[in-house]
Design a binder for this molecule. Structure first.
Ligand SMILES: COc1cccc(CC(=N)NC(=O)c2cccnc2OC2CCNCC2)c1
Length: 389
């Protein structure tokens, strides 16, 4: 199908795939701020722009409810992401965030929030170059307003507001193929509560498998096995930053975390993000790190359950402990915390544990994109060190 909007944008175009004469880097040059459109794009006359103050509990609730009822569903429309208010406040207010990048659309008469799109600032390294980018996420148009072509104007408006802050690149993901993915990831699921997952239709009983055999297959110890495995604390920020920066340096595209970023993105927050590390009992060095974020899904149309409790693999580094044992400890603590399933993408070195730790492949793919930045060639998922929420 034609990508009418994306063919007008500074993104890698399908027709350019394989053209190695095109240099890696920005597709369009930065422009002087005076040349950036000063006024917002036009919306259909019955709608108006609104900037969402995510420090306001009421506005955070409006964004939460819009996403809860209208955001991404799985391919079979059995589940819908249900990001919590606390999660959204965390995800949208990292160090240096711009409130102007939290953009809503309201119906003029009812003042109801009917659409949303967000950006946050991030430093992302592409090859040897660290680029200030906007991470675009949570694009959501109310189900009743689909196919009114609101998404293109919302994307243009967040782009305009990002340009006003003198930022000219962006990163985003989508479950659909657009011009042009920098990489395409497979997602994988590890059952923690197989009976519930089968009852709600997330998983199916394997051939020649009984329920009790399935429960036994996914059983985990009650406690992590690695000596020195403990929750991350504020005092660990410098050590975790060193560990992460050394690890992420090997990937073609990766987040360029500093201590401020690590403090915001990786310090544990209840029901939002969990992070653990291994402190060597001998040397007290921090040698390994694992983390996962909390993203429940609403279960659509099931009489017995309403919510699927899902943990999503975030950033993990193993330097002394086996990656398998470290990630198995992450599974153990996530099961103890009541998660039903642990999800992961095949990015970074995740492929090395997925099959061994009994993950099964999901039925979809997640595509990663850069805006106004051309890569010489697409990456393999194992060359990507960037996890978007
Ligand atoms: C189980 O409930 C779901 C509710 C909505 C959609 C999906 C399938 C899906 N689209 N999953 C993913 O995109 C996914 C699978 C594994 C890891 N991260 C993921 O997406 C993250 C990162 C991108 N933003 C959404 C969360 C599942």
């Amino acid at each position: 199908k034609t990508h009418k909007f994306w063919e007008t944008q500074p993104v890698g175009q399908f027709k350019d795939i394989g053209d190695t004469s095109l240099p890696e880097g920005p597709i369009e040059p930065a422009t002087p701020l005076s040349e950036v459109k000063q006024e917002p794009y036009n919306l259909p006359s019955v709608y108006e722009w609104t900037t969402c103050d995510m420090t306001s509990d009421d506005i955070c609730s409006e964004v939460y409810n819009l996403l809860k009822n209208n955001y991404v569903e799985d391919d079979e429309n059995m589940f819908r992401f249900n990001y919590s208010k606390e999660f959204l406040s965390w995800a949208l207010r990292p160090p240096g965030y711009y409130q102007s990048w939290h953009i809503g659309v309201r119906a003029k008469t009812s003042k109801k929030l009917v659409a949303f799109i967000s950006g946050i600032p991030a430093r992302i390294r592409v090859g040897e170059v660290v680029v200030k980018m906007a991470e675009i996420n949570f694009l959501c148009v109310h189900k009743k307003l689909r196919s009114k072509r609101l998404a293109p104007v919302m994307i243009k408006e967040v782009t305009r507001r990002v340009h006003l802050e003198n930022i000219w690149q962006a990163a985003y993901t989508a479950g659909v193929v657009l011009p042009t993915p920098i990489t395409t990831c497979q997602y994988w699921h590890r059952s923690l509560n197989p009976k519930k997952l089968i009852d709600v239709g997330f998983s199916r009983l394997g051939a020649r498998m009984t329920m009790s055999r399935t429960i036994k297959l996914y059983k985990l110890p009650e406690a992590p096995v690695t000596p020195g495995f403990r929750k991350m604390e504020l005092l660990d920020v410098p050590a975790v930053t060193r560990l992460l920066r050394n690890y992420l340096g090997q990937f073609g595209v990766a987040t360029d975390f500093d201590e401020n970023d690590v403090e915001h993105w990786l310090l544990p927050r209840e029901d939002v993000v969990d992070s653990y590390l291994v402190e060597s009992p001998e040397t007290h060095d921090v040698t390994d790190f694992c983390s996962f974020y909390t993203l429940p899904s609403t279960i659509l149309g099931n009489p017995n359950y309403t919510t699927l409790k899902a943990a999503y693999s975030y950033y993990n580094v193993a330097t002394q402990t086996s990656f398998l044992q470290l990630m198995n400890d992450a599974l153990i603590v996530s099961k103890q915390k009541g998660f039903d399933v642990f999800n992961a993408l095949d990015v970074m070195h995740n492929e090395s544990f997925l099959k061994e730790l009994k993950f099964g492949p999901g039925d979809g793919q997640l595509h990663y994109y850069l805006y106004n930045y051309r890569l010489r060639s697409a990456l393999k998922p194992s060359e990507l060190g960037l996890v978007l929420l």
